[in-house]
Design a protein around this ligand. Structure first.
Ligand code: DGL
Length: 274
């Protein structure tokens, strides 16, 4: 049995699969374990304490699977739990392991896409309330104006498989209208929730033509590639046995039925309790 140390990829549910799909495309050589905490999703409206507790439990589970590197492919968990885990928990429980999120890789390049220097962020209530995007973008691109709009109905539309129906257009039109009311010169819209790429087609339909729509999958995958190049001490630990394992805290049958839409291929998941 070869020694395996897969890269862990986490989300509250299915959304992180849109990120894992791009990571696997960019870095197919490594092993991966995905965990969706579907039994407790969505995280978007939950308190800091709850998102932190759930995320830390998941991170510890990944460490027990021998992961040296875990990616929180969830904006809500990245916004509400990542910093505390990195600063308070890791030094005590696993100083030689790393946990990374999806906000930093996105904010450090987003300014390059905008000519008007006006950027719109569409995200869950939790991510918007944390102000992580305006704060982080301000560090890299202080000249950029950031406008945010919480879209609390979008994850339920995706999770309940209603995202291709007319009802979805109502909420998408409403949130897009709201964000352009706040920032008339926005020329880049970021989908700052890993569930939202499934709504891209409908979102494009409601966007002004000149506005660029950005998803995070490719951005996070490229950033991970560069991270591994810069950190050989972590890269050397990541095993390469063509392993892709999927776990859910809810029903694996339901997970298998939904996951292909996010990942682009069929998946066979296992159940775990946290
Ligand atoms: N996909 C997650 C994100 O990127 C959130 C979904 C949820 O509300 O659980 O924020």
């Amino acid at each position: 049995m070869p020694f395996q140390s897969p890269i862990g990829v986490f989300d509250s549910g299915y959304g992180g699969l849109t990120v894992l799909k791009e990571i696997v495309r960019t870095l197919p050589q490594y092993d991966y374990i995905y965990l969706g905490d579907n039994a407790r999703a969505p995280y978007g409206n939950r308190s800091y304490e709850t998102v932190y507790r759930y995320t830390l439990e998941s991170v510890k589970w990944f460490f027990n699977q021998n992961c040296s590197l875990v990616i929180l492919a969830c904006n809500t968990a990245s916004a509400k739990a990542l910093r505390t885990i990195q600063q308070n928990d890791l030094p005590q429980i696993a100083p030689d392991k790393r946990v990374l999120g999806v906000i930093r890789p996105t904010t450090e390049i987003i300014g390059k896409y905008s000519e008007s220097k006006n950027v719109g962020i569409l995200a869950t209530n939790g991510t918007v309330a944390s102000d992580s995007y305006p704060i982080e973008i301000g560090k890299f691109f202080p000249e950029i104006k950031v406008y945010q709009e919480a879209c609390p109905m979008w994850v339920p539309l995706v999770e309940n498989n209603e995202y291709q129906n007319h009802g979805a257009d109502y909420f998408i039109r409403k949130n897009i209208h709201n964000i352009f009311e706040k920032g008339k010169n926005i020329d880049v819209i970021l989908l700052a929730c890993t569930h939202y790429p499934l709504l891209s087609e409908k979102i494009e339909k409601h966007l002004p033509v000149a506005v660029k729509l950005l998803s995070q999958g490719e951005i996070v995958a490229n950033s991970l590639k560069h991270y591994l190049q810069r950190h050989p001490e972590i890269e050397n630990k990541c095993s390469r046995n063509n392993m892709r394992l999927f776990y859910t805290t809810d029903s694996p049958e339901d997970f298998n039925n939904h996951a292909a839409k996010f990942f682009g291929k069929e998946i066979k998941a296992n159940h775990i309790d946290l």
